[in-house]
Design a protein around this ligand. Structure first.
Ligand code: SF4
Length: 481
């Protein structure tokens, strides 16, 4: 959206700055997200009471009338109308300038396609610019067909629509040519990317339904980009997108934003090991450590199957970074179910665990379940799990530290220079997603001599080979080797 605004001659300013137009992209994944969206809208309006406030995203899609009633909101668009939003903003601005805002109200106040009409992958063009040089995200698909019983997202985003491989390749090439070193493949449920091949793979579950709505086509151009031994016929799902990008020339890495265990299994995970540019980090939302709760959540896997995926990753690389999401206080979650979630987090040495207190979402089955968990119980469980998650992350750091003592090195992509109480550091992430600090103070062990441009000079946005040396702040310390 930022690029499209720029292309039409508008200037993008920092969110803290005074602006004529504020575009607020909302989230509705939890009740807290709705609340934050409302607070943010009000805060922006206060910065410039005369501004145009345009609200889009999931909260706007699910509760358009509620959003439109918030004081100061001028434009509301859904999740598939980002282009329309820009048209609306320009129409509104023109009308304001000509003092005919009543007309603009009629045309632009609400622009929402209902769920049944969310059928196209909205073409936003090829993104070639980004806010930082280090990392860019390529959106490869939209929507989700899973309908987990707690989740409103399928209603907010519609069914799966996959982006064409040609567009994905074009965007990846433009970003690599622009110096980008890390491409994140993102979407609502990236594992459901173009699942037409799912049946060929032979797995059986409800995700086969995804195939009917997938739209990606493997064109002659894109298949040519695949290596000789990985033809389109042998690939399926998100692997297609990974394969074509992996084959592109250049020194860059690929990060998959998430891999949904409700869609794939350990055999699928193994298929990804051959892509050498794919980071050794996966986000796999477990959501619960209890089979009873997983069934109630409409998550079509068992705990054993989840462990299979985790073990498969650790067998491939015992330093593989795995992050997860856990919901606490899902309706019917007993103390014993919760303890199973704690056990799962502890045993899997997750590098990061995102913990959510269950909240009722509109349109979902779980919202009508009788056995809702009391707020104070959810809060206590969330606190308890936070402690377990912190220990698990520390365990993950120790696994990496032991590997480093055995001679393992990591490739860190340097993102920024940070000032900490103990000095000045280059900060970046390893492939397995460890936030890494490299001392660049006087006499530092890496021998780095910062340039005159206030910094670690040439190392910014570059890969450096490091050895991890200890646990530091929210990550690990390292020296350049
Ligand atoms: S897989 Fe489940 S949790 Fe994830 S977006 Fe789809 S419905 Fe929501």
């Amino acid at each position: 959206m930022a690029q499209m605004f720029r292309q039409r001659g508008h200037e993008i300013v920092d969110e803290r700055d005074f602006a004529d137009v504020y575009v607020i992209n909302t989230c509705t994944v939890t009740a807290v997200a709705d609340k934050k969206s409302r607070q943010y809208i009000r805060r922006m309006k206060k910065v410039n009471p005369a501004s145009i406030i345009a609200v889009t995203g999931c909260y706007a899609q699910i509760r358009p009338d509620e959003v439109a009633r918030i004081d100061g909101v001028d434009i509301v668009t859904g999740t598939n109308e980002k282009r329309a939003l820009i048209d609306c903003v320009e129409t509104r601005a023109k009308a304001q300038a000509e003092a005919t805002s009543a007309d603009a109200d009629t045309n632009c106040r609400l622009c929402i396609h209902p769920y049944e009409e969310l059928n196209d992958f909205e073409d936003m063009g090829i993104v070639s610019s980004r806010e930082t040089r280090t990392r860019a995200y390529i959106k490869i698909q939209e929507g989700c067909n899973r309908f987990c019983s707690y989740c409103v997202i399928p209603y907010a985003r519609g069914p799966v629509r996959s982006r064409s491989l040609d567009d994905i390749i074009a965007e990846a090439k433009a970003l690599i040519d622009g110096g980008c070193k890390e491409l994140g493949l993102t979407g609502i449920n990236t594992a459901q990317y173009d699942m037409e091949g799912r049946d060929l793979y032979g797995a059986s579950d409800s995700t086969a339904a995804a195939s009917a709505d997938s739209t990606a086509a493997v064109s002659a151009d894109s298949t040519a980009a695949m290596s000789a031994d990985s033809t389109a016929a042998e690939l399926f799902g998100v692997e297609k997108a990974i394969a074509v990008i992996n084959d592109l020339e250049g020194d860059f890495r690929i990060r998959l934003s998430s891999l949904e265990p409700a869609v794939v299994d350990s055999d699928y995970v193994k298929r990804l090991f051959k892509y050498d540019k794919l980071c050794h980090h996966l986000h796999m939302s477990a959501q619960s450590g209890s089979d009873n709760i997983l069934a109630a959540m409409n998550r079509p896997y068992t705990l054993d199957q989840y462990y299979d995926m985790v073990n498969t990753l650790f067998e491939f690389d015992d330093c593989y970074g795995i992050s997860t999401d856990i919901i606490v206080g899902f309706p019917g979650e007993k103390e014993s179910d919760f303890q199973e979630s704690c056990k799962l987090v502890s045993e899997c040495s997750f590098c990061r665990t995102h913990i959510f207190k269950y909240s009722k979402r509109p349109l979902t089955k779980a919202a009508d379940m009788k056995n809702q968990v009391a707020p104070q119980v959810k809060a206590r469980r969330a606190d308890e799990l936070e402690k377990v998650a912190a220990q698990a992350a520390e365990g993950f750091f120790h696994i990496n530290l032991a590997a480093a003592r055995d001679g393992r090195t990591e490739r860190v992509l340097i993102e920024e220079i940070v000032q900490k109480p103990d000095g000045v550091f280059l900060m970046g992430y390893t492939g397995n997603y460890i936030r890494t600090y490299i001392d660049i103070g006087p006499g530092n062990p890496s021998g780095i001599e910062p340039g005159n441009d206030s910094d670690g000079g040439l190392l910014l946005d570059q890969f450096v080979e490091v050895k991890l040396t200890g646990i530091m702040y929210d990550g690990m310390s390292a020296v350049v080797v």
